[in-house]
Write a protein that binds this ligand. Structure first.
Ligand code: GCB
Length: 605
C-alpha cells in the first residue's frame, strides 16, 4: 500500500483542491549548495518561471537548457482557516525525476520517479489563515538505477551533462499541476472496479478502501443525472439495469459518488467518471465488450514548443482533434504515464490507451558496458545495480496502476519499451514485473512490452510474458532504407513468418513503425527524409500488416515531431511525426486518414 492516496484532486462537499499553477520562483543549483545553504527556507534570486512546464526551453542560455543537477522552485500558498481539522496536502502531478518538498522550511516528502504523482502531507506544520512557503528541490540526473535509464557525465570544464539511453529530450522540472488539497482525516483512500456484462445489464463489483471504520455507500448516476445503481458497504456489487457501455470513440460515462457517513453527516465524499466496459484478449483477438477491435493510432509524447513536456491543455485539445480527424482510435503513452487530464479526455472521447511505465533505456549499448575496461560485455539485467533498478521499476508499475486503473480508456499496460531481451538474465526480471502488474490490476488488463528490432522470434527470450505482442519495427528506415526498400520488405516478411511459425495464438500489434521526414522536403522520385518517402515506406509497411491475420493493431511512430538530444541522427529532434511539432499535417497524414477511415473497427475479426 502506498503511503498516500493516488486519487485525483477534486473539490467535493468534504474536500477542497486548488491548482497552484502560475509563476514560481526558480533557481539553478549549479554548485550543488542549496541543501547546505538553507535554500529550504527560501531560494536565492528573483527569477520566476511558469508551473507546470519544463524549465529548459524558456531561456536563451544553453547551459540552462542542458543543465543536469538540482533546480529549486519556491512559492507561497495561503491556507484558509476553515480547513482546520482536515488533512492538508500538497499533491504533485509529477516532479521529474526526483524531488524533495519543504514547507515552512521543513522537509515533508521525497519522491523518486518523474512521471507519477505524490503527496507531501503538511497537516502538522501548516499555518492557517496565513501564507505557507513551499520550496521544492527537483533533480533531473539520469541513472541506471531509476527509470528512464541513462547516466550523468562530467565534462572537462566540470559541467555535468545528462546522457539519456532513450530518444527524447530529458525535459524536467515541475511539469504537471501541483494542487493544494484539504481532505477529511477519515477519507476515501482508493477504490477498485471490475465489470461483468449480463445481457443488457452490467454488474460492477467494487471495493473501497477508507482510512476509518464508518460505513460507505455508493451511488452511480447516468449521464442525465438519474440514479443508475446504489450499494452499501466497503465491498459489493452495483447492478446496472440496461447499461450504456463505454465503446471505442463512443464513450458513455457514468458518475460514481462514494460517501462515508456517520449517523449525522457525510464524513467524506469522492466522485469520479467511470465507463462500463470489459477488455480481454482471446486467441489472437483484442476484445472490448466482447467485440474485436483493431487498434489504429500513435505512439505519442508529451512534447510541444516552449513548455517542453509541461502539461499544456491547449495542445492536449489540438491533439485529440487531430486524432479524431485522422480516424485514430488509440495511442500508447510512450514512454511514461502522461498527465492525468489526458486520460480524463480519452475517457470522454472514447480513445483506447496503452499505458506505459517509464521503463525505457533498459538496453545494452556502447554507452553502458558495465565492464568496458575488461572488454567483457555484461547484459543489461545482470549488473550489480539491477536489483535497485527492479525496485524502482516495480514501484513505478504500482504507482501507475493504482493511479490509472479506474480509467475506462486504459486497456493495456506496457511494462517496458525496447528492453534487452536476448540474454537469459532478462527472464527473472520480466517475470517479477509482469507478475506484479497482474496482481495489482483488479481488471486484469492485458500486459505488453515493446520489442526492439533485435528481439526477434529466434532471439527474444521474453515475448511469452506478453498478453499482446507489441513490435517496434523500422524495416525500410533503420534497415535497408531508400532504394533498398524491397529488401526491407523481404526481411520484414521473413520475420513475420517466423512469428507465425511460433503459433503463439496471441494478438500482435505494431507499437512503432515510421520514417523521419522533414515537413519542408519534397522530392520526386523520393529520397529518404522526403514526404514522398514517408508515404512509400508506409504503403510497404501497411501491406505487410495486412498480410498477417494475427496483426491486430498499428500505432505509428510518432504522432508529432518531438525534441531529442542533439546529435548526427536527429535534425533538431525526431522527425517521424505524422504532424509537425506545431501540429500541422505532413502528406502522410492524408494517406493514414484514408486508410484508417476505411478499416472497420473489427478488421480481421
Ligand atoms: C524506438 C524508440 C523510440 C524512438 C524511435 C526512433 O524504437 O522506442 O523512443 O524515438 O525508435 O525514432 O528511433
Amino acid at each position: 500500500m502506498l503511503e498516500y492516496s493516488m486519487l485525483y484532486p477534486r473539490t467535493t462537499p468534504s474536500r477542497r483542491a486548488i491548482a497552484m499553477n502560475g509563476m514560481w520562483k526558480f533557481h539553478l543549483d549549479e554548485k550543488g549548495e542549496g541543501e547546505q545553504s538553507g535554500w529550504n527556507d527560501g531560494i536565492p534570486g528573483d527569477d520566476m518561471i511558469p508551473v507546470p512546464a519544463s524549465f529548459q526551453d524558456f531561456y536563451t542560455d544553453k547551459d540552462i537548457r542542458e543543465f543536469a543537477g538540482d533546480v529549486w522552485y519556491e512559492t507561497e500558498i495561503f491556507v484558509p482557516g476553515e480547513w482546520e481539522g482536515k488533512a492538508i496536502w500538497l499533491r504533485f502531478g509529477a516532479a521529474t525525476h526526483r524531488a524533495a518538498v519543504y514547507v515552512n522550511g521543513m522537509k515533508l516528502a521525497e519522491h523518486e520517479g518523474g512521471f507519477l504523482p505524490f503527496v507531501a502531507d503538511m497537516t502538522e506544520i501548516v499555518r492557517y489563515n496565513a501564507n505557507n512557503k513551499v520550496v521544492v528541490r527537483v533533480n533531473n540526473e539520469l541513472t541506471e538505477t531509476n527509470i528512464p535509464c541513462g547516466k550523468t557525465i562530467t565534462l572537462a570544464d566540470g559541467k555535468k551533462m545528462n546522457k539519456p539511453y532513450f530518444d527524447f529530450f530529458n525535459y524536467s522540472g515541475l511539469q504537471r499541476t501541483v494542487h493544494l488539497m484539504a481532505v477529511p482525516k477519515e477519507a476515501v483512500y482508493d477504490f477498485d472496479l471490475t465489470y461483468k456484462l449480463c445481457g443488457a445489464d452490467a454488474e460492477i463489483t467494487y471495493s473501497v478502501k477508507t482510512t476509518g471504520e464508518h460505513p460507505v455507500s455508493l451511488t452511480l448516476y447516468d449521464a442525465e443525472g438519474g440514479i443508475a445503481a446504489q450499494a452499501e458497504g466497503h465491498e459489493g456489487v452495483l447492478h446496472v439495469h440496461d447499461a450504456h457501455l463505454w465503446q471505442v470513440r463512443n464513450a458513455y460515462l457514468y458518475r460514481l459518488v462514494i460517501q462515508i457517513t456517520d449517523d449525522t453527516q457525510i464524513v467524506d465524499e469522492y466522485e469520479q467518471e467511470i465507463g462500463i466496459r470489459t477488455v480481454e484478449v482471446k486467441d489472437t483477438q483484442i476484445l472490448l465488450n466482447g467485440s474485436p477491435v483493431y487498434l489504429r493510432g500513435f505512439g505519442k509524447h508529451e512534447d510541444s514548443d516552449v513548455v517542453g513536456r509541461g502539461f499544456n491543455i491547449g495542445v492536449m485539445k489540438r491533439d485529440f482533434e487531430l486524432m479524431k480527424w485522422i480516424g485514430a482510435n488509440s495511442f500508447r503513452t510512450s514512454h511514461y504515464p502522461y498527465s492525468e487530464e489526458i486520460y480524463q479526455m480519452a475517457d470522454r472521447e472514447g480513445f483506447l490507451i496503452i499505458d506505459e511505465v517509464p521503463a525505457v533505456g533498459l538496453f545494452e549499448s556502447m554507452m553502458n558496458f558495465a565492464e568496458a575496461s575488461t572488454g567483457k560485455k555484461t547484459a543489461f539485467f545482470e549488473k550489480e545495480t539491477t536489483p535497485v533498478l527492479l525496485k524502482a521499476h516495480l514501484k513505478a508499475v504500482e504507482e501507475m496502476i493504482i493511479r490509472d486503473k479506474n480509467h475506462p480508456c486504459v486497456v493495456a499496460w506496457s511494462l517496458l519499451n525496447e528492453p534487452e531481451t536476448t540474454n537469459e538474465a532478462a527472464v527473472p526480471y520480466f517475470k517479477e514485473i509482469f507478475d506484479r502488474a497482474l496482481e495489482l490490476d483488479p481488471q486484469k488488463r492485458p500486459r505488453t512490452f515493446a520489442l526492439i528490432m533485435n528481439s526477434r522470434p529466434d532471439t527474444c527470450r521474453c515475448y511469452q510474458f506478453s498478453d499482446i505482442v507489441a513490435l517496434n519495427r523500422y524495416y525500410g528506415w533503420y534497415v535497408s532504407g531508400g532504394y533498398e526498400i524491397a529488401d526491407a520488405e523481404m526481411m520484414f516478411r521473413k520475420e513475420m513468418d517466423g512469428w507465425a511459425a511460433l503459433n503463439l495464438n496471441k494478438p500482435f500489434i505494431f507499437t512503432e513503425y515510421g520514417a523521419d521526414t522533414l515537413g519542408s522536403e519534397h522530392k520526386l522520385p523520393s529520397v529518404m527524409w522526403s514526404q514522398e518517402y514517408q508515404d512509400e515506406y508506409l504503403k510497404m509497411t501497411h501491406g505487410v500488416f495486412d498480410a498477417y491475420d494475427f496483426v491486430k493493431g498499428e500505432q505509428i511512430w510518432n504522432f508529432a515531431d518531438f525534441q531529442t538530444t542533439e546529435g548526427i541522427l536527429r535534425v533538431n529532434g525526431n522527425k517521424k511525426g505524422v504532424f509537425t511539432r506545431q501540429r500541422q499535417p505532413k502528406d502522410v497524414a492524408y494517406l493514414l486518414k484514408d486508410r484508417w477511415e476505411s478499416l472497420p473497427l473489427d478488421y480481421k475479426k
